[in-house]
Design a protein around this ligand. Structure first.
Ligand SMILES: C[S@@+](CC[C@H](N)C(=O)[O-])C[C@H]1O[C@@H](n2cnc3c(N)ncnc32)[C@H](O)[C@@H]1O
Length: 219
C-alpha cells in the first residue's frame, strides 16, 4: 500500500463522519441512521458512487434540514469528502465505505427519501452489465430503500448509460420516469443540480460532453 493510501485509511479510521468495516456502527447502522448517526429525524438522501462526495457536501450545504450519506468503495476518495465536510462543520453529511452490492446490509426498507447516482462508470461491455449500477437488480434494491413517493436521480456523461437507464427504469415496474434530459445545462431542469459539479462532471463538461439527467419517482 502506498504511503498516501495509508494516510487516507488512517484518516477514515479516526473520522467520526465515516462508517467503514471495523467500526462498531458498520454492523449496527441498518435502520438506525437517524438515531445513531445523524441524531435527528430528518429525511436521508443517499449518494451512490460518491467519489469525493461533492454532491453530498454541495446538497448538505443547501439543505441543512436533510441528511446526506455518500457511499463509495474507495477509501481515499471518501477521506477527502470526509475532511471537507468536517472543515465545513456539516453534521448532516456522512460517508459509508462499502460496495453498493452489499447495500442491503446498511439500509432498511423505506429508510431513504431519495437516492442520487452521480456519474457512475457506465460499464459499457455486455459482460459487465452485472456491475452497471442501473441494472434491474440494483434498481430493484434501490426501490426497496426509498420511501413511497421518493425519488431516484441519475446524472451521467454517458449516452449509453442514459439510454440504458431510461429503458431499465421504464421496464422496472417500480419507478416512473418523471423528467429526463440529454442536456441538463440547456434544459429547464438545470436548477435540479443546485450548481453542484462533481470531479467527473467537471472533467467531462470540459471535454465537451453534455450532462444527461433522469429523475424517477418510486411507484
Ligand atoms: C466515475 S467515478 C464518479 C465519482 C463521483 N460520483 C464524481 O462524479 O466525481 C465512479 C465512482 O464509483 C465508485 N464505484 C464504482 N462501483 C462501485 C461499487 N460497486 N460500490 C461502491 N462504489 C463504486 C468508484 O469507486 C468511483 O469513486
Amino acid at each position: 500500500m502506498t504511503r498516501r493510501k495509508m494516510h487516507y485509511y488512517r484518516f477514515n479510521g479516526d473520522a467520526e463522519n465515516v462508517i467503514e468495516a471495523g467500526k462498531p456502527l458498520y454492523s449496527q447502522i441498518r435502520g438506525n441512521w437517524n438515531e445513531s448517526f445523524f441524531n435527528n429525524p430528518n429525511p436521508i438522501i443517499l449518494e451512490l458512487a460518491c467519489g469525493k462526495g461533492e454532491y453530498s457536501i454541495g446538497l448538505g450545504k443547501v439543505f441543512s434540514d436533510k441528511n446526506f450519506i455518500g457511499m463509495d468503495i474507495k477509501g481515499d476518495r471518501i477521506a477527502r469528502g470526509s475532511a471537507v465536510a468536517s472543515e465545513m462543520g456539516l453534521s448532516n453529511v456522512g460517508f459509508l465505505r462499502a460496495g453498493i452490492r452489499y447495500a442491503r446490509e446498511f439500509f432498511e426498507q423505506h429508510e431513504l427519501s431519495e437516492i442520487w447516482l452521480v456519474h457512475p462508470d457506465p460499464q459499457v461491455r455486455d459482460r459487465d452489465e452485472n456491475k452497471r449500477l442501473t441494472n434491474p437488480d440494483f434498481l430493484n434494491m434501490y426501490a426497496d430503500f426509498i420511501r413511497p413517493g421518493g425519488m431516484f436521480h441519475l446524472k451521467t456523461d454517458s449516452d449509453f448509460l442514459y439510454d440504458y437507464s431510461l429503458d431499465m427504469l421504464g421496464k422496472s415496474g417500480r419507478f416512473c420516469v418523471v423528467e429526463h434530459t440529454a442536456d441538463l445545462y440547456q434544459s429547464h431542469l438545470v436548477g435540479e443540480h443546485h450548481g453542484v459539479q462533481t470531479h467527473y462532471e467537471h472533467i467531462f463538461t470540459k471535454k465537451g460532453y453534455s450532462i444527461k439527467y433522469i429523475k424517477a419517482k418510486l411507484l
